[in-house]
Write a protein that binds this ligand. Structure first.
Ligand code: PEP
Ligand code: MG
Length: 908
């Protein structure tokens, strides 16, 4: 017995390191992307499907990792395996590698597990040397042969010998100048032969060695260079940005060359099996006759359309492949249909036609716009290629932002000057303004403006409304600017730390660039990029496919989706997006309306209870009006209204000038008013006199709010509108606090009911769980609550000791350096905050089985957090109106995932 306990005879064969494909047989399969990379796995799969693929072999990613680990040596047994595979390629092609008469040439390409476009290197025409170039000339012609040779020497020189590409390019330019021609195609065979020899001189000069003539030596040199390219700076940077582990390594694909540039019966092209921008079921692509792949990219010639149906205006005078090479085109159609049926996905394919024969070089899942992704998923479900569940699962909920907001024209130039937090998606351009009043005034005059502030406060709401977008230097993902902008569906970049704003001078500075009020900037709220000047945007349209996909999603999900809305307008927008009620109406936002703020200030500054009651009496009809309109907008659906939450000093005037103005309006002494403002200031307002603490100290404020809710509800109900009001208490920390305030709310409800004997309105009363102590004592709180709503903004702030308004200064470093994988204000920190939530739900339901539980923090619109809430058994999530479709889709995907897990568990 061996040490491992297995007999040598039964030991598994060592894992293959080189995988052959060709002539209908392949060692690999589509599922083997880890080993073969995306390209290699698909080449193997296409070969198995009987699609004509030039034969070749893939050296696995494991060899790359071993090569890099072992200091740059290709193991001898890998070389043996590769040579055996090469012999098979020779048999399929009927040509030999290095044969002077009719040489087999190969391409050597990288191919990682995840696509890394343009990040690594490719070498074509490998196998050419001074002898085989003559054989190639005999097969085609002199010009073609020497042109191929110079391409090979330059690519090999660049990739393997690390000679700057420009050194080769400059020789071509010099030759063209000497011959008095402008284009490469105007050079003849003798020119290219001369250039090849000049290239050799460059190689010798640079490396001190002659260009390798032995095809095998060329092959190992190329394979090793592709392995090394995994570690180049470009590739490393790309991996960092896209979160691809360094340990994966790349595979190398060595494949027989086929030529699209051997004459007029040759071509090369790329195609999408459906239109990648609209998603229409239209085979779509471009090709060039008598050309190699790189010529298509070079952009010197206008590529022709692949068929009549997809021909654009600029291609009108050129025939399509369908007309020019009908046989090859028909075969291409047959193949793409087969590939789409097989992969059940839109494919992006590359092909070459050599002397009339079609070869497929690549197939992969095609990149597309979100609009196209939705259309393709819905169409494929209708074509029964995939199920409706698959269609729903395929769309990235985050990507829906592209459909719901304007986005930057992807083809437009961007001059990025700074980067902040991507606080609210969408894109906007406008003139810089530094104050809310100016934003409003300029917008009234028809100008587009971007409001730039160090941070925003409730005082800025009117300016935020008027602006196209908002940019702040401070604040995190749940700062005032972020939350309010998201609610408005307006683009916002918050916490842009490089920004220095001088409000007084009317200018802002990013490093040494100074921009002034009136200069135009553009914001991309999805990436956090601030750009100088105007960048054009594209406005999306929601189509039938989107509605259909949303309907399918709704049938699958278990968790409801409500919205955070403070105005009837927000409520209507959210309802149109499919909201099933309001999960959070922040009543304080109504207090800032210009026509009420004075009454609010009067209430706060009141000298005694009676004066406060008088001010509250002025606010009552206004609040009642708000609630009536909101109940009507949400007819038939639940509406959670939260009683006043922020510390009172937020409503008070700042600065001498404003204080003087308010004092005059209220008929008060400015000095006394200043003293009162000072007295209300707190060292730690977020932990200060706010939330339900206001209701304990000033019960009359909450009484007024409950009365306004009740009177509005009775009014609307009397008009025959079905309503479901829910009254919610903020920042509850203690059972007795909740008990006391519930009693107060019930008393006021009873008082209104007594005044209106016929009315049957009976609101439920619940609490926010947004303080760690509340989550820990949820079993006790549930004795006095009909529902819980998790305020994960404050819960994260308090349990993580992370200021919502200051985190922008340091939190991005935590995410960038990998200490945190996500910003905890964006995605729930499941290990920490998530545990508190779990305790909260369990505790609450232990006391009150079936307790209704929701979330109204900003996480309610984040797909990952929604999945987490679904797992904890939440009844609903609540998010800003423009996030509602994102949440509906994410909730459906969460349900699919949970069902899958359950099935797996049962099967076990
Ligand atoms: C919360 O804290 O999560 C919440 C919803 O309340 P606010 O953001 O208004 O503090
Ligand atoms: Mg809160």
């Amino acid at each position: 017995m061996s040490a491992s306990g297995r007999s040598p005879a039964r030991r598994a064969r060592p894992r293959r390191r080189v995988y052959f494909f060709g002539a209908g047989r392949a060692d690999g399969r589509a599922e083997m992307k880890e080993l073969l990379g995306g390209k290699g796995a698909n080449l193997a799969e296409m070969t198995r499907l009987g699609v004509p693929v030039p034969p070749g072999f893939t050296v696995s990613t494991e060899v790359c990792s071993a090569y890099l680990r072992q200091g740059g040596r290709i193991p001898a047994d890998v070389e043996r395996e590769a040579l055996a595979a090469l012999a098979k390629v020779e048999r399929v092609m009927g040509r030999r590698f290095g044969d002077a008469e009719d040489p087999l040439l190969v391409s050597v390409r990288s191919g990682a597990r995840a696509s890394m476009p343009g990040m690594m290197d490719t070498i074509l025409n490998l196998g050419l040397n001074d002898a085989t170039v003559k054989g190639l000339a005999a097969r085609a012609d002199e010009r073609f042969a020497w042109d191929s040779y110079r391409r090979f020497v330059a690519m090999y020189g660049d990739v393997v010998l690390e000679i700057p590409h420009e050194r080769f390019e400059s020789r071509i330019e010099a030759r063209k100048a000497a011959r008095g021609v402008r284009l490469d195609v105007e050079l003849d065979g003798a020119d290219w032969e001369r250039i090849v020899h000049e290239f050799f001189e460059i190689v010798e000069e640079h490396t001190g060695r002659v260009f390798p003539q032995d095809p095998e030596e060329q092959l190992w040199g190329a394979v090793a260079a592709v392995f090394r390219s995994w570690d180049n700076d470009r590739a490393r940077r790309y991996r960092k940005i896209h979160g691809i582990p360094d340990s994966w390594g790349t595979a190398v694909n060595v494949q027989a060359m086929v030529f699209g540039n051997m004459g007029d019966d040759c071509a090369t092209g790329v195609a999408f099996t459906r239109d990648p921008s609209t998603g229409d079921r239209q085979f779509y692509g471009e090709y060039l006759k008598n050309a190699q792949g790189e010529d298509v990219v070079a952009g010197i010639r206008t590529p022709q359309a692949i068929n009549r149906a997809s021909r654009r205006e600029t291609q009108a005078s050129l025939p399509s492949l369908e007309e020019e090479m009908p046989r090859a085109y028909r075969e291409l159609v047959r193949i793409y249909e087969k590939l789409e049926r097989h992969y059940r996905e839109m494919q992006d394919i590359e092909f070459t036609i050599e002397n009339g024969k079609l070869w497929m070089l690549q197939t992969r899942t095609g990149k597309r716009t979100t609009r196209a992704a939705v259309k393709i998923a819905v169409d494929m479900a209708k074509e029964r290629l995939i199920s409706r569940e698959d269609a729903v699962a395929r769309i990235d909920p985050h990507a829906l932002d592209q459909l719901l907001h304007p986005t930057l024209d992807p083809n437009a130039k961007r001059d990025v000057i700074a980067k902040g937090l991507p606080a609210s998606p969408g894109a906007a351009s406008g003139r810089i303004v530094f104050s809310a009043d100016e934003a409003e005034a300029r917008a009234k005059g028809g100008e587009k403006v971007v409001l730039v502030r160090t941070e925003t406060s409730p005082d800025d709401i009117h300016g935020m409304h008027a602006a196209q977008g908002i940019l702040t230097a401070r604040g995190g993902m749940t700062s005032h600017a972020a939350v309010v902008a998201r609610g408005m569906g307006k683009c916002c970049i918050a916490g842009c730390g490089e920004l220095r704003i001088d409000h007084a001078a009317g200018e802002m500075q990013v490093r040494d660039l100074v921009l002034r009020a009136g200069d135009v900037i553009t914001l991309d709220g999805s990436t956090g990029e601030v750009m100088r000047g105007e960048v054009p945007t594209v406005t999306p349209e929601l189509g039938g496919a989107f509605d259909e996909l949303m309907r399918w999603a709704d049938r699958l999900r278990g968790i409801k989706v409500r919205t955070n809305a403070d105005t009837p307008e927000d409520a209507r927008v959210a309802r149109a997006f499919g909201a099933e009620g309001i999960g959070l109406c922040r009543t304080e936002h109504m207090f800032f309306e210009p026509n009420r703020i004075l009454a609010v200030r009067e209430m706060i500054l009141a000298a005694d209870g009676a004066a406060r009651e008088r001010a509250l009496a002025k606010l009552l009809p206004m609040q009642r009006g708000d609630f009536e309109a909101i109940f009507r907008a949400m007819a038939g659906l639940p509406v959670t209204i939260r009683l006043l939450d922020p510390p009172l000093h937020e409503f008070l005037p700042h600065g001498d000038e404003e204080i003087a103005e308010v004092a005059a309006a209220l008929g008060r002494d400015a000095a006394a008013l200043r003293a009162k403002v000072e007295a209300l200031k707190e060292y730690n307002p977020m932990l200060g006199h706010r939330g339900s603490r206001l209701g304990i100290t000033y019960p009359e404020i909450y009484r007024m709010q409950v009365r306004a809710i009740m009177e509005a509800a009775c009014e609307v109900a009397a008009a025959g509108v079905r309503i479901h009001p829910e009254i919610m208490l903020p920042l509850i920390t203690h059972e007795r606090e909740l008990e006391r305030l519930r009693a107060l709310v019930e008393q006021e409800i009873a008082a209104v009911q007594a005044e209106r004997p016929g009315a049957k309105v009976k609101p439920s009363i619940g609490t926010m769980i947004e303080v760690p102590r509340a989550a820990l004592t949820a079993d006790r709180l549930a004795r006095h609550a009909d529902f819980f709503s998790f305020g994960t903004n404050d819960l994260t702030q308090m349990a993580y000791a992370l200021s919502r308004d200051d985190a922008g200064k340091f939190l991005p470093d935590y995410v960038e350096t990998g200490i945190l994988s996500d910003d905890p204000f964006v995605s729930i920190d499941e290990d920490g905050i998530g545990r508190l939530m779990q305790m909260g739900v369990r505790g609450g339901r232990a006391t009150r089985p079936g307790l209704k539980v929701g979330i109204c923090g900003e996480h309610g619109g984040d797909p990952k957090s929604i999945r987490f809430c679904a797992r904890l058994g939440f009844d609903y999530v609540s998010c800003s109106p423009f996030r509602v479709p994102v949440a509906r889709l994410a909730a459906a995907q969460a349900a699919l995932e949970l069902a899958r897990e359950k099935r797996r568990k049962r099967a076990r």
